[in-house]
Design a protein around this ligand. Structure first.
Ligand SMILES: NC(=O)c1ccc[n+]([C@@H]2O[C@H](COP(=O)([O-])OP(=O)(O)OC[C@H]3O[C@@H](n4cnc5c(N)ncnc54)[C@H](OP(=O)(O)O)[C@@H]3O)[C@@H](O)[C@H]2O)c1
Length: 246
């Protein structure tokens, strides 16, 4: 199959492109560095010609003010329009577990716009809400640090390795559209425990403050907002093992 990976040079994309190629597919990395700009539409038609599937794992380089709508709305419109012109029969888009419940987090506004556009489109799709990447935990910990303490919600979190995300996306992009399927890591952890594991691995000694009605990057979260519901595809790599194996 010819599969175009939009954002194919990013954290997930750079793992997905070689994985699909190993499986015998023609995997095409599409991003600005390969001449494809989803914001302007430049290079999209050429990249999508003859494609059997598209995987969208793009992300804006800098999210000024945090609101990602200015990226995801025009990008997704351009991808869907180009997919229709090229008659591509499957778009797989990486989303985030709990996106619609976290509209108070400005980054999620763009991800909600992306969902709305895909759900309103005629392009057959698989939306893949994923939990937080192992690779993103340090950003979460540092972004949740206030006056030297890490302030976390009393909630569960179920991180997944980017390599496992790539494994799931390779499976989904080479099979029939499923509508939506959530993915997550192998175990739900208390948010505070995940933070402590990350701090220990970095030899950091910051206090961790658990807030009963706490939030995740500005969005109030309940105990299970960040974890997948039953029936999700689960990656194999535990955060502790990922840390230990560097
Ligand atoms: N981080 C998490 O924990 C997490 C959890 C669940 C879901 N997700 C979702 O996963 C997706 C991928 O995240 P990631 O961390 O792998 O992203 P990333 O490492 O930031 O990579 C972003 C990719 O998008 C490309 N890109 C940026 N602007 C572009 C443009 N105008 N046109 C074409 N390509 C463009 C970049 O390449 P160039 O710079 O070459 O253009 C790069 O390949 C995101 O949509 C995110 O919402 C993330």
């Amino acid at each position: 199959m010819r599969i175009v990976i939009i954002g194919g040079t990013g954290t997930v994309g750079s793992k997905l492109v070689p994985l699909l190629a190993e499986q015998g597919h023609e995997a095409v990395a599409a991003s600005r560095s390969t001449g494809v700009d989803t914001l302007t539409g430049e290079g999209l038609d050429a990249a999508l010609a003859g494609a059997d599937a598209i995987v969208d794992v793009s992300n804006p380089p800098v999210i000024a003010g945090g609101d990602s709508t200015e990226f995801f709305a025009p990008s997704t419109r351009n991808i869907l329009a180009a997919a229709e012109r090229a008659n591509v029969q499957h778009l797989v888009a990486l989303s985030i577990v709990g996106t619609r419940e976290m509209a108070a987090n400005p980054y999620m506004l763009g991800k909600i716009a992306q969902l709305d556009l895909i759900e309103g489109s005629a392009v057959p799709a698989t939306i893949v809400p994923a939990t937080q990447f192992h690779e993103f935990v340090t950003t979460i910990v540092d972004g949740s640090t206030v006056d030297g303490a890490v302030v976390v919600p009393d909630a569960l979190i179920q991180p997944i390795a980017a390599a496992d995300v790539a494994t799931a996306l390779a499976e989904f992009s080479t099979t029939a559209p499923r509508g939506e399927i959530e993915i997550g890591g192998p175990e739900a952890l208390a948010f505070a425990d995940l933070v402590r594991m990350n701090l220990t691995a970095r030899n950091e000694d910051r206090p961790v403050t658990i807030v009963p009605d706490g939030s995740y990057f500005g969005a109030p979260v309940q105990e299970r907002t960040l974890v997948p519901a039953g029936g999700a595809w689960l990656g194999a790599t535990r955060y502790a093992d990922w840390l230990a194996n560097g």
